[in-house]
Design a protein around this ligand. Sequence first.
Ligand SMILES: Cc1cc2nc3c(=O)[nH]c(=O)nc-3n(C[C@H](O)[C@H](O)[C@H](O)COP(=O)(O)O)c2cc1C
Length: 174
Amino acid sequence: MDLFKAIQERRSIRKYKDEPIDDSALEKILDAARWAPNAGNYNSWRFIVVTSPTQNKLLLHFCPGIDDVPAAIIVVCTKPKQKRLKEATRLMCMADCAIATQNIVLSAYSLNIGSCVVVSFADKALREILDIPEDVQPYLLVTLGYAAETPEPPARLPISEIAFRNDYGKEWNT
Ligand SMILES: Cc1cc2nc3c(=O)[nH]c(=O)nc-3n(C[C@H](O)[C@H](O)[C@H](O)COP(=O)(O)O)c2cc1C
């Protein structure tokens, strides 16, 4: 699949068919995640792949950002080297997780699997349900499943409003 087409046509999917995803597809998605650029190549991400329908149904109660039971949820976490993170390291870990998440959603799309990034979840409940240790921090969830909806593309700001050439505020396309 053409990368630009995937970037433009991927949509957040919030309604899923009741159909499981093969482990081979999930493994491809995880492989895409681990090839993401990451600060210092520390590979500090950890990914919890929740495929149990019981766990996913339970998680829904503690994740207001999820509307429907997906076939799988990937919990994108960081396991930093140091216990007490400096602000700069914390930001790097978050950036690593965000970039890996982009690889997850794009690779899922290329496999015809719908996805939605979710930031709205209860940290404590998630930790308890998934047995996440203290030194691991979940940052984002990605719901995955076969789409039961075809959302219209939401508007984006035009490039002229968000990109500048040489100095902030100077027109990009002069
Ligand atoms: C960091 C982040 C957090 C998000 N959290 C949620 C969420 O909690 N619930 C939800 O339904 N969508 C969530 N989304 C999906 C966005 O709403 C969606 O990407 C945006 O509306 C643009 O739509 P599109 O992905 O179809 O282009 C999140 C996306 C990102 C990148």
